[in-house]
Design a protein around this ligand. Structure first.
Ligand SMILES: [Mg+2]
Length: 353
């Protein structure tokens, strides 16, 4: 029996029953002792008040702030059916693992070795200058958006000036520390069978993400579209320009669909995806996956009816859990697998009645 069918009939309200006590099941995550320690103190400090919505699932903790609201959203989306559903996902540390062999996994941007150390260093210097500005809460959003555009523009210019060849992308991905969460392939396969589109929004580089999909998943999905910065290469495979407008951390949302370049031919049927892009706004129910609260903005530009948001809280759990629990409908901690989302997606697409 498939995983989805096995869990189809379980309601999330029933699923999130109170736990009698916290039992750590982190045997698979031996480097995550800190989480265990934190969680014990969290429960103790709150006199077990924080326990009511926490369950163990596949070796990770799951928190649902409002199980009744979640169940109501699930029912509403099920009622309207898969033809009204779309999935919006962030890429780095959402579809990919945060930790790999005890080390931070690479981001799609961070893995790139241009094949030109001088320019790799120049891009690192830009990061050192602009990243603190990106995370500075005191800078107003409009001002920050300008700074981000400036950063992305300079980085893209360095990639062209420093002579990036597509071969460097291939070898960078091959040598990178990047891996998808367990269950991502199964999630994509299930959504493909259910004719539910997946939009992957990233402020990184579409060509790198596509190469990661090729090398790590070894297959393509006709329902998956990457909305990100897309490069133009000449016949020698040298980068000559970028297509469309710059997509950075503060504008990666449904407004960006029209700005992004089309997907490469070998990652599915481009015509089909073009249709998807134009009709995707008619899909007014959303399952959103992200690892930052800012990722909730990915559905901006879409007039949705019902949105279920799933957050992956990978780090700084103690200081972030309260804000994540308020912001997301479901929060997975400890670099969880995608199996819980597979189950949720199968519930959303199951027949009513
Ligand atoms: Mg991310």
């Amino acid at each position: 029996m498939s995983y989805y069918l096995l869990h189809n009939s379980i309601s999330w309200t029933a699923f999130f029953k109170p736990l009698p006590r916290f039992i750590p099941t982190h045997s698979r995550f031996s480097d995550r002792k800190q989480c265990r320690v934190w969680y014990r103190s969290y429960c103790k400090n709150r006199n077990n008040q924080g326990m009511e919505n926490v369950v163990q699932f596949d070796g990770a903790q799951v928190v649902v702030g409002d199980p009744q609201l979640l169940q109501a959203k699930i029912s509403s989306i099920r009622l309207e059916g898969p033809s009204k559903l779309q999935v919006i996902a962030d890429f780095d540390a959402t579809l990919t693992k945060y930790w790999i062999d005890g080390q931070r996994g690479h981001s799609s941007h961070g893995l790139l070795q241009q094949g030109n150390p001088e320019y790799d260093l120049k891009r690192q210097k830009l990061y050192d200058h602009y990243h603190p500005l990106e995370i500075d809460p005191k800078i107003p959003l409009d001002e920050k958006a300008k700074l981000m555009e400036e950063w992305w523009g300079k980085t893209h210019a360095l990639l062209i000036e420093g002579g990036l060849n597509y071969g460097a992308i291939k070898s960078s991905v091959a040598n990178s520390r990047i891996a998808f969460r367990e269950g991502v392939i199964e999630l994509f396969e299930f959504l493909e069978r259910s004719n539910v589109p997946v939009l992957i929004f990233s402020a990184g580089l579409a060509d790198i993400i596509e190469e990661v999909l090729r090398q790590k998943l070894h297959r393509s999905f006709k329902n998956v579209k990457i909305v990100s910065n897309r490069m133009v290469f000449d016949q020698n495979g040298d980068l000559v320009s970028f297509k469309g407008k710059t997509i950075h951390v503060l504008n990666k949302n449904e407004h960006a669909i029209d700005m992004a370049g089309p997907v490469h031919d070998d990652l599915g049927d481009p015509n089909e995806l073009t249709d998807d892009a134009s009709s995707v706004k008619l899909r007014t129910n959303v399952l959103l996956l992200g690892d930052h609260i800012g990722d909730l903005g990915m559905s901006d530009g879409l007039n949705y009816n019902t949105k279920i948001s799933v957050g992956f809280l990978n780090d700084n759990i103690e200081s972030s859990i309260d804000s994540y629990r308020s912001a997301f409908d479901v929060v997975y901690m400890n670099d969880a697998s995608m199996w819980g989302v597979v189950k949720l997606a199968s519930q959303l697409c199951s027949n009513v009645g």
